[in-house]
Design a protein around this ligand. Structure first.
Ligand SMILES: [Zn+2]
Length: 253
């Protein structure tokens, strides 16, 4: 299985428009972060987790020519607003499956009403196949996907386990029985916003505590704010099996 970090930034992306914060002005490509998303590839399948406003650029950067579906963690704009840009895939492949909690599907139907229209639909609009996720395993091809439920402040969000890889973003709290789904991982990806606490995201300390509890072989941090600091400085101070993810990083599992 191959994982590509398509974006590792928090909701505004880094640099932030108009910001003169030193991290936003950094020349290091590892300090430039598109909105958070990963590409998961195995056998002949490729799926994307979340589809934010940078989706088009991310598909171009990673040279993705086909997708077998999009899985959504939750409905916030930084995770969903690229849905219109599935059109090139739809024109080539036909209807694109989207996997999401029923509340997220409802939000997408409202936001992208023209995509979900069944009558007098504009011919250039894409079609999707709605696949509702509950908190139980489902399959894409031969791959089992295990949802991991958590909360982003009061909002329910899903992370996902694919074999020995798990991807969690926008988490603040998880119940023990959900954490139990994350045993014996090779790689855990988890959100770490900044050092200061935040009401809806793990800060760095909470993310590191969570990693110590889950005990994956390796962990990568994502959904990063410019307030966390320069990539190279932050990396120096992390435990030896924890890495700050950066855009376009590829890992094989
Ligand atoms: Zn987010």
């Amino acid at each position: 299985m191959k994982i590509t970090f398509l974006g590792t930034g928090t909701s505004q992306g880094i640099p932030i428009i108009g910001s003169d914060h030193p991290v936003c002005l950094s020349d290091n490509p590892k300090d430039k972060r598109l909105r958070v998303s990963v590409l998961v590839e195995w056998d002949n399948y490729s799926i994307v987790v979340d589809c934010g406003p940078d989706f088009r650029q991310q598909m171009l950067n990673a040279k993705v020519s086909r997708i077998d579906g999009i899985i959504f963690t939750h409905e916030h704009a930084d995770h969903t607003m690229g849905l219109d840009d599935i059109r090139p895939f739809f024109f080539k492949q036909g209807d694109i499956p989207i996997y999401a909690h029923k509340r997220v599907l409802k939000a997408l139907r409202k936001r992208f009403d023209y995509i979900f229209k069944t009558e007098n639909k504009y011919p250039g609009a894409p079609n999707v196949i709605q696949k509702r996720i509950k908190n139980k395993p489902f399959t894409i091809g031969d791959l089992e996907v295990v949802p991991v439920k958590g909360h982003h402040n009061a909002l329910q969000v899903f992370g996902f386990r694919f074999r020995d890889f798990a991807y969690l973003t926008d988490m603040k709290t998880l119940k023990n029985k959900e954490v139990d789904k994350l045993r014996n991982l090779d790689v855990l990806v988890v959100n770490a916003l900044r050092e200061k606490p935040h009401p809806s995201h793990f800060n760095l300390e909470e993310a590191l505590d969570f990693i110590s509890e889950v005990k994956p072989k390796r962990a990568y941090l994502t959904h990063i704010s410019h307030h966390l600091g320069f990539h190279d400085n932050v990396q120096q101070n992390l435990p030896e099996n924890v890495f700050l993810a950066y855009d376009n990083l590829e890992i094989n599992i």
